[in-house]
Design a protein around this ligand. Structure first.
Ligand code: CUA
Length: 340
């Protein structure tokens, strides 16, 4: 018993330690399809649990051993009527849930009036986000306006992943060659946590993302500034050296808008300096983490496809860091958003 209590204590502490308030019971207007489905499944599950557990408890009590019971009860075998009943009822329940789920999937595919379309592609082990109407691309962190439905088209570039921002909506698999859809709406500004919810390899647990929901006016100016954005001319010798290093060492895989770096197989780093996290939503975006990452990303994230760069000196890493942190739009501070 003390052991059990200490484990309860552990989970309570673990819950408290997660300073953010992740919940799956979001009830934003565009999310009601999934919430309604969840409630139906819950109702069925509670009824089934009640009937099965009740019958079990009744049987245990009713047929308990009594003094003088030393003979075996009569042995019976087979009862057609009962077998048909206990096959037909679950079949019916499963069919009803199937129809409700299929209906929800069809509804989710319909565009919502006035919604913001975005595309999320899962890769081992990060998320690539595109805004098809704006022609913008980000990685790991998706900026959206509060109060406007977002419709995400979800797919994968390699293995099966699953896109899941629990506080905003349910999850949908990211399957190569197939598009799945989810919709959600943030009703208040926040830094919403997202997870990959399908085992996809060594760093499945390190494949996270963030959705940054900001005021609609701020979002408008963010998109405008991002469209007009080109990487600023380095303002120090160190940053200039960093840019030069970046263009020779990193540009084959990474893009920085408005520079010769146009690689697309790795995350777009155009606005790296304003990211709240790095390594796909896992680590705080700090110069220490960045330098460790560049030197040997697989040491921080097993299975990372980015090669190690042991040949870079500390001065090289400082220069790259100076350059990467200069890549940002002025006037936005995502670090202050409450976390959900
Ligand atoms: Cu991607 Cu798990």
């Amino acid at each position: 018993m003390p052991r059990m209590l200490s484990s309860v204590g552990f989970w309570m502490l673990a819950g408290a330690a997660m300073a953010h308030n992740v919940t799956i019971l979001s009830d934003a207007p565009v999310n009601q399809e999934i919430t309604a489905l969840l409630r139906w499944v819950l109702v069925f599950s509670v009824i089934i649990f009640g009937v099965v557990a009740g019958a079990l408890a009744y049987t245990i009590w009713k047929f308990r051993a009594r003094p003088g019971d030393d003979e075996l009860p009569p042995q019976v075998h087979g009862n057609d009527r009962m077998e048909i009943i206990w096959t037909a009822i679950p079949l019916l329940i499963v069919m009803v849930l199937f129809v409700l789920t299929a209906r929800t999937l069809v509804v989710l595919k319909q565009p919502v009036a006035g919604s913001l379309p975005v595309e999320a592609t899962g890769w081992q082990f990060w998320w690539d986000f595109r805004y098809p109407n704006e022609g913008l691309r980000t990685a790991g962190e998706l900026v959206i306006p509060v109060g406007r439905p977002v419709q995400v088209k979800i797919t994968s570039g390699d293995v099966i992943h699953s896109f899941w921002p629990p506080s905003l909506t349910g999850k949908a698999d990211a399957v190569p060659g197939q598009d799945n859809y989810l919709r959600f709406m943030a009703t208040k500004p926040g830094n919403y946590y997202g997870y990959c919810a399908e085992l996809c390899g060594a760093s499945h647990a390190n494949m996270r993302f963030r959705i940054l929901a900001i005021d609609p006016e701020d979002y408008k100016s963010f998109v405008k500034a991002y469209k007009d954005y080109a990487a600023p001319t380095p303002d120090s010798e160190q940053a200039a050296r960093g840019q030069q290093l970046f263009n020779t060492q990193c540009a084959a895989c990474h893009t920085v808008k408005g520079t010769p770096a146009r690689g697309v197989i790795g995350p777009d780093l155009s606005l790296f300096g304003m990211r709240t996290t790095m390594g796909s939503g896992v680590w705080d975006n700090t110069p220490e983490n960045l330098k460790r990452w560049i030197r040997d990303s697989a040491a921080m994230k097993p299975g990372s496809k980015m090669p190690p760069f042991p040949q870079l000196s500390d001065a090289d890493l400082e220069a790259l860091s100076a350059y990467l942190y200069s890549l940002k739009l002025d006037g936005f501070d995502f670090a202050q958003l409450p976390r959900y």
